[in-house]
Design a protein around this ligand. Structure first.
Ligand code: AMP
Length: 553
């Protein structure tokens, strides 16, 4: 019973039982390569041995700056297998932030995609990295199914190590698997840092193993050996939601989309690889829904059992449209970088199965109930709030895969961690009697008008229910009388029209009058964060003087 929960054990299990499974990658040059999991794991051992020969020791941070693909997957498996820490860098960040993060994490080695070398060259003068290994050229043993030949791509500059040459020159039998304490770190990620500098979060082996187990549970993602999984969440965003580890644990085929997250490229892969489960932030699926609506019947997605959506609230109309128009099931999850990331899941409980369709969709648009061992509570200024589905409070969580401190910030000095061992999420929620949470807002996004809270998420998801609206974001703008008022920014669907009056009339029956935005701005797009969520800080800044008479440019 005294068995260490280690990522190397997950990788060993995959090697013993699931070597025949496939890993499919769309590379930056758009070609598609296929490997067996056995080939990927052989390369994993070579990478592990090569890193050991370069002097990487247990506990050292090894960074990646890479798209989703088999080489990144090899890093996912190899780095924790030698006891080092996989540090996935967000390749959409500004180079100053990347430099800050590399220094804060004290990364020793970097594995970088050839296509990211321009970014790396801006970072390089500001950091101390000992070895840079460049991926991007064709993998040995890879079968190229279309387009340019394997091995295409410029030769990297001399001071960089070529990933493929390194692997080819390394004897996999020299790989020494790490055996250590399950509480040691296996991976790390940085928070998106919308306020202040990004903060590092370490994930222990134990946390990631338990989190992977949870992804197999039936009320969760129900991952199993007959699944083919395409994560549309980038591999730098919270361990790709843990999917590379859980797919290894349960023996799922894996598909990686490289840099191509547009809906047409994703749809092609979903069809050609007969994907059964995919996942990503709502903005990806909003785009895909429009594609599917424009081309009904063009894509055979009959094998796709679940589209997992998280990272931002899912509009009920989106759940309904996918289901009724395309027979596709949306499963919502809520999580955070500090939670590895999964916290709650929106599976429909038995008691709701025969409820009218409206009630079922409404329930599934909530963020759901906590996974096993994730404990929740919410707090307002008056103390812990009742689980009545009405009273709002800030959600607090604890559990085996919830961080207890930030890297380099000892626990007690950050007020996100309570003295009795809970993490303050910064999400304002209601909790109903059976533990289903509904997020009203990030605390910083709430609109406080005349002393009362207005949920921007509720207004946004309602606006996205209007047939002409593609996307909507609601932000608080300062107001001389009311403190703050909600402002909506709306993107209309192509060739659709709607006026402010029409949209307000559409919202009116659903909300108290004082909740309704005073102004609806129409825009061609809503700015996005590096992981594809709406970037509300840009909108807040743009419209901050709305009630001081100065309108934005
Ligand atoms: P990140 O750490 O960047 O993944 O962001 C975590 C935050 O995303 C959470 O604290 C929530 O505010 C938000 N979030 C994640 N999933 C959902 C969801 N299903 N619905 C609403 N907000 C979500």
């Amino acid at each position: 019973m005294d068995y260490q929960l280690l990522i190397p054990a997950v990788v060993r299990r995959a090697e013993t039982l699931f070597g025949h499974k496939t890993v499919v990658t769309r590379r930056p040059d758009r070609t598609i390569v296929r490997h067996s999991l056995r080939e990927v794991l052989d390369r994993t051992k070579r990478l592990g041995a090569a890193l050991q020969q370069l002097g990487v020791r247990p506990g050292d941070r090894v960074a990646t700056l890479a798209w989703a693909g088999h080489q990144h997957l090899e890093a996912y498996y190899a780095i924790p297998s030698i006891g080092a820490v996989l540090h996935t860098l967000n390749l959409r960040l500004h180079h100053d932030d990347v430099s800050y993060i590399v220094n804060d994490a004290d990364d020793r080695v970097l594995i970088v995609d050839e296509s990211m070398l321009d970014l790396w060259n801006l970072v390089r003068p500001h950091v101390k990295i000992e070895h840079v290994i460049v991926t991007g050229r064709g993998g040995s043993g890879a079968r190229v199914s279309s387009g340019a030949s394997a091995g295409a791509g410029a030769t990297p500059p001399a001071n960089l190590i070529d990933y493929e040459e390194l692997l080819a020159a390394t004897d996999p039998s020299r790989f020494v698997e790490w055996e250590g304490d399950e509480r040691e770190a296996a991976a790390m990620c940085y928070t998106s840092g919308t306020t202040g500098r990004p903060k590092g979060v370490l994930y222990s082996h134990r946390a990631l193993v338990l989190h992977s187990m949870a992804e197999g549970m039936r009320d969760s993602l129900a991952l199993a050996e007959d699944d083919t999984v395409l994560p549309i969440v980038p591999m730098f965003h919270v361990n790709a939601w843990g999917l590379p580890f859980s797919c290894a644990m349960f023996g799922c085929n894996q598909v990686y989309a490289g840099p191509y997250m547009d809906s047409k490229s994703v749809l092609e892969l979903l069809v050609s690889e007969r994907v059964t489960l995919t996942g990503g932030v709502p903005t990806v699926w909003i785009g895909m829904l429009q594609d599917l609506d424009r081309n009904p019947g063009a894509y055979d997605l009959s094998h796709l059992r679940s589209i997992v959506v998280g990272g931002s609230a899912v509009p009920p109309t989106m759940i309904r449209a996918f289901e009724e128009r395309h027979g596709l099931h949306i499963l919502q999850l809520w999580g955070m970088t500090e939670m590895s990331p999964l916290g709650t899941m929106g599976a429909l409980p038995l008691a709701m199965r025969d409820a009218p369709v409206e009630a079922r969709i409404r329930y599934r648009a909530k963020q759901g109930t906590p996974l096993p061992f994730v404990e929740i509570r919410a707090r307002s200024e008056k103390g812990l709030v009742p689980w009545d589905g009405q009273t709002m409070g800030e959600l607090e969580v604890r559990g085996p895969w919830v961080a207890s401190e930030y890297f380099n910030v000892p626990g007690s000095s950050d007020d996100r961690f309570t003295s009795d061992g809970w993490f303050r999420t910064g999400d304002i929620v209601t909790i109903e009697e059976r533990g289903c949470i509904e997020i009203a807002d990030r605390s910083k996004d709430l609109v406080k008008s005349g002393g009362e809270w207005i949920s921007s998420v509720a207004l946004e998801t309602a606006l996205m229910g209007h047939p002409a609206v593609a996307e909507a974001a609601v932000v608080a703008v300062p107001h001389p009388k009311w403190d703050e008022r909600p402002l909506a920014v709306v993107v209309l669907k192509p060739e659709q029209t709607a006026t402010q009056e029409e949209l307000l009339a559409f919202l009116a029956p659903k909300f108290a009058k004082w909740w309704l935005p005073d102004v609806i701005e129409f825009a061609s797009e809503i700015p996005r964060t590096s992981v594809g969520k709406f970037k509300k800080s840009v909108l807040r800044e743009k419209f901050q003087d709305l009630y001081n008479g100065r309108r934005p440019q």
